[in-house]
Design a protein around this ligand. Structure first.
Ligand SMILES: [Zn+2]
Length: 447
């Protein structure tokens, strides 16, 4: 706890810098460098640009077992630029913003890793600590490439936290997701002079989305399907030769998602036959559902109990209430008390994460900490606003302390590690992890 308190000024400074950089997936050059440089200054061994991702890195200290990993994210979301004010006001109109609080995610996890490093250095605990700087959680999935390289294979346990509107040891799963490109190829012709010579790829696309939307009535309530049209042809007087769609399919688990992929393939083929064009579907990436770990969640819960509630000031509560007023949500302030352990979580809430893919390779403990008001929209400006001021900072420090304390328990208590491992094996039940990620290098944009 002392170590986190000593670092708190630097952690807050880094979170504010990353908040202002607001770099999106695979472009987090300054954010990654800031964290990697800090890790190096603190005496960790840093490997930069791992798994073919220029903005990924690992930072490690110690030797031997147990090997405990802790994940950090730092990517922003496009179009969510916002000042740290309780009214909607872009910092730079059209620019990106930290609408998922990942500016807090990276520094908190790194701070916890450094606290463990100091204990190993002082001979108080034994083993290895490794921080994973994982880019592009919001798109692409940086952890999938790091998993493919085997970077998580030697871990005993992995940890992650997430900014949230509540404090909770995660026992619920997350949605599995497949990210697909659906494209159609037709035949160009003059739209007025000789349309009979043309076959429209856009017609196929429209038929495809119509059928997909008809299918909504015939899927489980746990399914979510959403798309954008990325190519609808060029100009009206040329019959579109090409058209494509970016589609995400989600369900409560990867088995459900694989079933949806099969149905969507048939829909694409049907749309192509009906319009005389050809179709192509590519699964580019995706996530498995989270394998939550109750033994690990109990350990986190004990540490919440030991740390007590978060202490927010009147000014912070007033800031949160203003955000709730501005977004028309219930004016209830901030959740500062840890939630009770949820022993029977239902189906996952909407949302997917590449942390879940890690949870299929190594037992993964996850927690959420309040960094934003209850009920205000997520992936939206209130999260950016609260994450750029003291509400977010306090949540970040609380997360760092909970994770550091939980890791100390993991290092010193082989019985709890064994229980976590046994639960992981039982949950997997012999099933293997087969990532949705397609072959090939990560789609790193030109910088
Ligand atoms: Zn997130």
């Amino acid at each position: 706890m002392d170590s986190i308190d000593q670092q708190s000024g630097q952690l807050i400074q880094m979170s504010d810098q990353i908040w202002a950089f607001a770099e999106t997936a695979l472009q987090e050059y300054r954010s990654a460098e800031l964290l990697a440089d800090f890790a190096e200054q603190q005496g960790l061994r840093v490997a930069r640009g791992v798994a073919g991702l220029p903005t990924a890195f690992t930072a490690e200290y110690g030797a031997g077992t147990p090997v405990i990993g802790i994940m950090g994210e730092y990517d922003a979301l496009p179009g969510l630029s916002q000042q740290a004010t309780p009214v909607k006001q872009a910092l730079e109109p059209g620019a990106a913003g930290h609408g998922c609080g990942h500016n807090l995610f990276g520094p908190a996890s790194l701070g916890a890793a450094i606290a463990i490093k100091r204990l190993i250095e002082d001979g108080k605990i034994q083993g290895t600590i490794r921080f994973y700087g994982t880019p592009a959680e919001e798109a692409v999935g940086g952890k999938l490439y790091m998993l493919r390289e085997g970077l998580f294979d030697d871990l005993d346990v992995a940890l992650a936290w997430h900014p949230s509107n509540e404090i909770i040891a995660d026992t619920a799963s997350s949605q599995a997701l497949a990210d697909l490109t659906v494209s159609f190829s037709g035949q160009a012709a003059h739209s007025a002079y000789d349309p009979w010579n043309g076959r429209s790829a856009l017609d196929a696309l429209e038929l495809f989305t119509f059928a997909l939307n008809q299918m909504r009535e015939h899927v489980k309530p746990t399914v979510r399907m959403h798309y954008t049209v990325t190519d609808g042809g060029d100009v009206p007087n040329v019959i579109p030769e090409h058209a494509s769609l970016w589609l995400w399919l989600r369900d409560k688990d990867h088995v459900g998602v694989k079933g949806l992929i099969g149905r969507v393939r048939q829909i694409a083929e049907g749309a192509a036959i009906a319009t005389g064009v050809t179709s192509k579907i590519q699964v580019t990436t995706g996530d498995y559902e989270m394998l939550s770990n109750l033994a690990g969640a109990k350990l986190i819960q004990e540490n919440f109990g030991w740390l007590g509630p978060l202490q927010f000031s009147d000014r912070e509560i007033e800031f949160a209430r203003r955000l709730q007023q501005e977004t028309g949500t219930e004016v209830s302030g901030l959740k500062s008390e840890p939630e009770p352990l949820d022993l029977e979580p239902g189906p996952p809430e909407g949302g997917s994460t590449d942390v879940a893919d890690v949870s299929w390779v190594v037992p993964t403990l996850a927690l959420s900490v309040t960094t934003a008001p209850a009920d205000t929209p997520w992936h939206a400006w209130p999260v950016v606003a609260a994450g750029g001021m003291s509400i977010g900072h306090k949540g970040m420090i609380y997360a760092a302390k909970t994770m550091a304390a939980t890791m100390v328990d993991l290092y010193v208590n082989p019985t709890v590690r064994a229980a976590i491992q046994a639960e992981f094996e039982a949950d997997k039940n012999g099933r293997e992890f087969e990532s949705f990620l397609a072959d090939g290098p990560p789609p790193v944009p030109d910088s």
